[in-house]
Ligand binder design. Structure first.
Ligand SMILES: *[C@@H]1O[C@H](CO)[C@@H](O)[C@H](O)[C@H]1NC(C)=O
Ligand SMILES: *[C@@H]1O[C@H](CO)[C@@H](O)[C@H](O)[C@H]1NC(C)=O
Ligand SMILES: *[C@@H]1O[C@H](CO)[C@@H](O)[C@H](O)[C@H]1NC(C)=O
Ligand SMILES: *[C@@H]1O[C@H](CO)[C@@H](O)[C@H](O)[C@H]1NC(C)=O
Ligand SMILES: *[C@@H]1O[C@H](CO)[C@@H](O)[C@H](O)[C@H]1NC(C)=O
Ligand SMILES: *[C@@H]1O[C@H](CO)[C@@H](O)[C@H](O)[C@H]1NC(C)=O
Ligand SMILES: *[C@@H]1O[C@H](CO)[C@@H](O)[C@H](O)[C@H]1NC(C)=O
Ligand SMILES: *[C@@H]1O[C@H](CO)[C@@H](O)[C@H](O)[C@H]1NC(C)=O
Ligand SMILES: *[C@@H]1O[C@H](CO)[C@@H](O)[C@H](O)[C@H]1NC(C)=O
Ligand SMILES: *[C@@H]1O[C@H](CO)[C@@H](O)[C@H](O)[C@H]1NC(C)=O
Ligand SMILES: *[C@@H]1O[C@H](CO)[C@@H](O)[C@H](O)[C@H]1NC(C)=O
Ligand SMILES: *[C@@H]1O[C@H](CO)[C@@H](O)[C@H](O)[C@H]1NC(C)=O
Length: 480
């Protein structure tokens, strides 16, 4: 056995010397290097391409951003954030047939995306995002059948999303957000069965939800926010997307009832449907999506009650039901959502008292329940437990009683809006302890006694409205 080791050792030395010698570069790799330099020369600025030179052609596999295969043929061009300014006109696609990855994101490239991009037939990763490309997405891109990642986001691309893209059956990540794109042909754009991430936000998509989404069972994230989509969300959509975790439909014109099947998607963590025109009730089934962390239904036309089942959403951190037509009481079950940091029920027609159970929301930092018909007193027990509060907005309700002196314990409080209620008694001097306070509005109540004690602190100044902390930007204490 030992006798074999020496020849093996020598073999490695010979191999080492061999691979260390400059490699004879073949004609085809010279063509590749020349094609890259030709493109470089067409650019008016580039931060990091000094190594790209015909004098340095033997080393082209070590040029900035270049990766080669074992035969010194270029397989990757990775030049994100390289201050490239110019176009792709001189980028000779057919000279780089082995390219699998092209990343030119975050540059200043403009012009059209050339149809010759079809020649990069081995491409699996294409990122031209965050540039100034305009005109249409060339339908020829649909011939790039190996693509897994396609990112053309943050450009100025327009026209309909070409239906040919749906021929790329292996795409897992599709990001066309922040362009001026229109809806794809709903019949011809069939589906992308492997799709996991779909972002078409900030475009001009219109009319119905693109039906191809139904045929993408592996989707975990859909972002269609900020478009002009309308019509109802089909119930069937939701049954076919069992893996969905993140759904962003904000700023569209979706209407009709919230689809009940939406609430059977057990994996859902983020549901943003704000700024649409959904009507009808919030279904009781909402309690079944127990992994939900963000629920945003702000600015719709939802009516009826806040379902008590909402208390089952114990992982909820963000809940916004504001600016709807909800007219129930606040269910005491909401106090079970102890992970809440943001809670807004503002601008509805809610009635009754604040349930005592809300004392349990010890992580709450923003609480907005303004513009309702809420009444009753603010128990000091709320204030002793809400120690993280930054914003407390109770204005335009019918709250009564005193402002509890415990308010002074909310040392993070920055916004305190209690105006237009029926609070009475004197303003507690403890408000003077709130060093972070920037906006204090107590007007239109039945309060008395501007807190004279505040004047003892260096933070306070006086004017005709009274004495108040110097750093307050906005203060209205008396009726105006
Ligand atoms: C592409 O790669 C293959 C395999 O490494 C190689 O044989 C071929 O020459 C390369 N093509 C070019 C144009 O370099
Ligand atoms: C790109 O270069 C051209 C010509 O030098 C210049 O006019 C243009 O402002 C540059 N574009 C950007 C986005 O910097
Ligand atoms: C490259 O693309 C152009 C334009 O689509 C096409 O005419 C040409 O035949 C392609 N070249 C190769 C080698 O595929
Ligand atoms: C495009 O998507 C890829 C994959 O997630 C990501 O790494 C890249 O940063 C994105 N590019 C832009 C411009 O957002
Ligand atoms: C979708 O794309 C937009 C625009 O590029 C971006 O702001 C947003 O964060 C993306 N959404 C998700 C969920 O990644
Ligand atoms: C969905 O993903 C799974 C696991 O990643 C994969 O096995 C399956 O083929 C995909 N489904 C479709 C329809 O592509
Ligand atoms: C609610 O959304 C509509 C469009 O859906 C918009 O016009 C309106 O300004 C929004 N209202 C608020 C208070 O944000
Ligand atoms: C929302 O829908 C209601 C009832 O269908 C309608 O009266 C209202 O005008 C719609 N609002 C918007 C902003 O589209
Ligand atoms: C609350 O709203 C629902 C649905 O709009 C309505 O049927 C009901 O009468 C309202 N209840 C009250 C007390 O106004
Ligand atoms: C709060 O969320 C964490 C995960 O983010 C979870 O482990 C915990 O159980 C949640 N709290 C409650 C009361 O469910
Ligand atoms: C304050 O919160 C703690 C922790 O959740 C809870 O045990 C306690 O009962 C709350 N206090 C009141 C007065 O409800
Ligand atoms: C809230 O109160 C202010 C001040 O009294 C008033 O101008 C405003 O119209 C009220 N808003 C609503 C929605 O009632």
């Amino acid at each position: 056995m030992f006798s074999f080791k020496k020849p093996l050792f020598l073999f490695f030395i010979v191999m080492f010397v061999f691979v260390s010698l400059p490699v004879e570069i073949t004609l085809s790799t010279r063509t590749e290097a020349e094609a890259l330099v030709k493109w470089e020369n067409s650019l008016s600025s580039f931060a990091s391409l000094n190594s790209w030179s015909l004098d340095n052609i033997q080393n082209h596999c070590n040029w900035a951003g270049i990766t080669c295969n074992d035969d010194t043929s270029v397989i990757e061009v990775n030049l994100p954030s390289s201050n490239l300014n110019g176009t792709l006109e001189q980028f000779s696609m057919s000279s780089l047939p082995n390219l699998t990855r092209l990343d030119l994101s975050f540059n200043k490239l403009k012009g059209t995306i050339p149809p010759a991009i079809r020649n990069l037939s081995k491409l699996t990763h294409l990122d031209l995002g965050s540039n100034y490309f305009y005109n249409i997405i060339p339908p020829e891109m649909g011939l790039l059948s190996e693509l897994r990642v396609l990112n053309l986001s943050k450009n100025q691309l327009g026209g309909p999303i070409p239906y040919q893209l749906s021929n790329i059956q292996k795409v897992q990540y599709l990001h066309l957000g922040e362009n001026n794109l229109e809806s794809p042909n709903p019949i011809k754009f069939s589906g992308m069965p492997q799709l996991i991430y779909l972002n078409l936000s900030y475009n001009n998509l219109a009319k119905e939800l693109p039906p191809f989404i139904l045929n993408c069972p592996n989707l975990t994230l859909i972002d269609l926010s900020v478009n002009h989509l309308s019509g109802p969300i089909p119930e069937s959509l939701m049954t076919s997307l069992q893996k969905l975790e993140y759904l962003y439909f904000t700023y569209n014109s979706f209407q009709g009832k919230l689809p009940v099947n939406l609430f059977k998607l057990a994996s859902l963590q983020v549901l943003r449907l704000g700024y649409n025109n959904f009507t009808g009730a919030i279904p009781t089934e909402i309690g079944s999506i127990t992994r939900l962390q963000i629920l945003d239904l702000y600015n719709n036309s939802l009516s009826g009650r806040i379902p008590p089942s909402i208390g089952q959403l114990t992982m909820l951190e963000f809940l916004d039901l504001g600016h709807n037509r909800l007219n129930s009481t606040i269910p005491s079950e909401l106090g079970l959502c102890t992970n809440l940091t943001y809670l807004s029920l503002a601008e509805n027609s809610l009635v009754g008292k604040l349930p005592y159970s809300l004392c349990k929301l010890t992580k709450i930092s923003e609480l907005g329940i303004s513009d309702n018909f809420l009444s009753g007193e603010i128990s000091p027990f709320f204030l002793t437990n809400w120690t993280q509060l930054i914003s407390l907005q109770l204005q335009n309700n019918s709250f009564t009683g005193n402002i509890p002196p415990e308010i002074g314990r909310l040392t993070e409080l920055t916004y305190l809006h209690l105006y237009n209620n029926e609070f009475s008694g004197s303003i507690p001097p403890e408000i003077g302890n709130l060093k972070e306070l920037m906006s204090l509005i107590l007007s239109s109540n039945m309060l008395s006694g501007i807190a004279q004690d505040w004047s003892e602190s260096r933070f306070y100044i006086t004017n005709s409205q009274g004495i108040y902390p110097r750093h307050l930007e906005c203060i209205q204490i008396l009726s105006i």
